[in-house]
Design a protein around this ligand. Structure first.
Ligand SMILES: [Zn+2]
Length: 429
């Protein structure tokens, strides 16, 4: 651990503890609620002022035409770049600046960012304004110790991660901000805990399945054909064959929590027959045979599965039912798909952060994969950049919860780990 002391990174981070707290609090106090996407411009301007002062060249980029972008809710992003004394590789820290709704159950003001002992409370404290602040402090401390470093450091704060990232990282990736020619290492400081490295995530396929029938009077259902009964057969087939099949598959990916090491299928919604009336309606429903029934499925798949097989499995299931049920008709509509992403453990950013964790915390990191997706998907697929991980302070389970908080000590430890990572990547011996 002595090299950290000698080179002064530890002292620099310690000296910035108060600044780290204040910066985190300032970010939480700008309520960037998404949806609908509030105060994006304000938070980008705040970060622009901060990073310009630290010597970064800062761009504010609006994702014009992205989903959700409008005159009232423009999708603003901030990208800041600091050039070293000589050419070299670029390390990019990317954090999303949007936060989810407050929800119920808070015992504190969610935007007051109160400091109580070691904890800062507020919506976005861990997911992920604390992570953004940590990366900024790490970069500033590193630059103070090594003004002559080689390469470049980038910090971005991007919109809409909570709603898919299309007005944020996806937009920037389309514009070339994550191309391998420009950026070589990406760290996303999502709250995965200070001793864990998240290598990627499972894949996703969302689809709508609709069964068709024929409307008739409910007193003579034999004159119609119930789309709901057809859907019942679909669900029964899933219960009997598909769920056990998925349960029997296990990934080599270190997905947490444990249950997510299997592929999963959720039925997000089901609608059939007459549409629901508003709550104030006091009448009775009409007696009709349902001529349509729809479900939305959310299939999470493993790196060992491929999307075509995942889709074919559902089609085969529906075809089996069609063979034994007269008049069974169905349609499948794709809604969204994301490929699984997993960075190799030997990738330079993984190995370097792992070494830094060991140096600072004295323990080897735990490698994990996220059950759900995050912005790494866009960096991987659109940006074609594989050398990317999520690493940051904060406890994942607190994300999106009431009384969300982040530990100041965890942020300081992570900041030192990030600064040491920069030293190892940008200061060749
Ligand atoms: Zn997040």
């Amino acid at each position: 651990m002595t090299d950290i002391e000698e080179k002064g990174l530890r002292a620099q981070i310690a000296a910035r503890r108060g600044d780290l707290i204040a910066l985190t609090q300032d970010l939480i106090r700008i309520p960037t609620l998404n949806p609908p996407g509030r105060n994006y411009r304000e938070i980008c301007e705040y970060l622009q002022a901060r990073l310009a002062h630290a010597g970064f060249a800062v761009e504010l980029i609006r994702a014009r035409g992205a989903p959700g972008d409008s005159a009232r809710t423009p999708r603003w992003n901030m990208v800041a770049r600091h050039e070293g004394a000589a050419s070299g590789e670029c390390v990019h820290f990317n954090g999303h600046h949007d936060v989810v709704e407050v929800g119920h159950g808070w015992s504190r003001d969610p935007f007051a960012a109160t400091l109580e002992g070691d904890r800062i409370y507020g919506r976005g404290a861990c997911d992920m304004k604390g992570g953004i602040a940590t990366a900024i402090i790490a970069a500033e401390a590193f630059i103070a110790v090594h003004p002559d470093y080689r390469g470049a450091i980038e910090i971005s704060a991007t919109a809409d991660e909570e709603t898919g990232g299309y007005g944020g990282v996806a937009y920037l990736a389309e514009k070339g901000y994550f191309s391998p020619e420009r950026v070589q290492h990406v760290i996303i400081p999502e709250p995965l805990d200070k001793d864990r490295i998240c290598l990627g995530h499972r894949g996703v396929w969302w689809a709508e399945i609709e069964t068709g029938g024929r409307i008739a009077h409910g007193s003579m259902p034999f004159l119609g054909d119930s789309a709901i009964r057809h859907m019942g057969a679909v669900l029964a087939e899933m219960e009997e064959h598909l769920f056990p099949l998925l349960e029997g598959r296990l990934s080599e990916m270190p997905v947490v929590p444990e249950g997510a090491r299997h592929p999963t299928l959720n039925i997000n919604s089901i609608h059939g027959g007459e549409s629901e009336q508003c709550e104030s309606y006091t009448g009775l429903p009409a007696p009709c045979v349902a001529d349509r029934c729809r479900i939305v499925i959310d299939r999470r798949f493993l790196i060992e599965e491929n999307i075509d097989e995942v889709k074919a499995e559902i089609t085969a299931l529906l075809e089996r039912i069609r063979k034994r049920r007269p008049c069974f008709r169905y349609e499948i509509r794709d809604m969204m798909e994301v490929s699984p992403s997993m960075t190799d453990r030997c990738a330079p950013v993984v190995a370097t952060v792992a070494e830094a964790i060991e140096a600072v915390l004295g323990t080897a990191p735990e490698y994990v994969v996220s059950p759900g997706t995050y912005d790494q998907k866009h960096i991987d697929r659109i940006g074609r950049l594989k050398n990317c991980i999520a690493y940051g302070p904060g406890i994942l389970d607190l994300a999106h919860q009431p009384d969300e908080w982040i530990s100041v000590q965890d942020m300081c430890d992570s900041a030192l780990i990030m600064a040491l990572t920069l030293e190892r990547l940008l200061c060749p011996a």
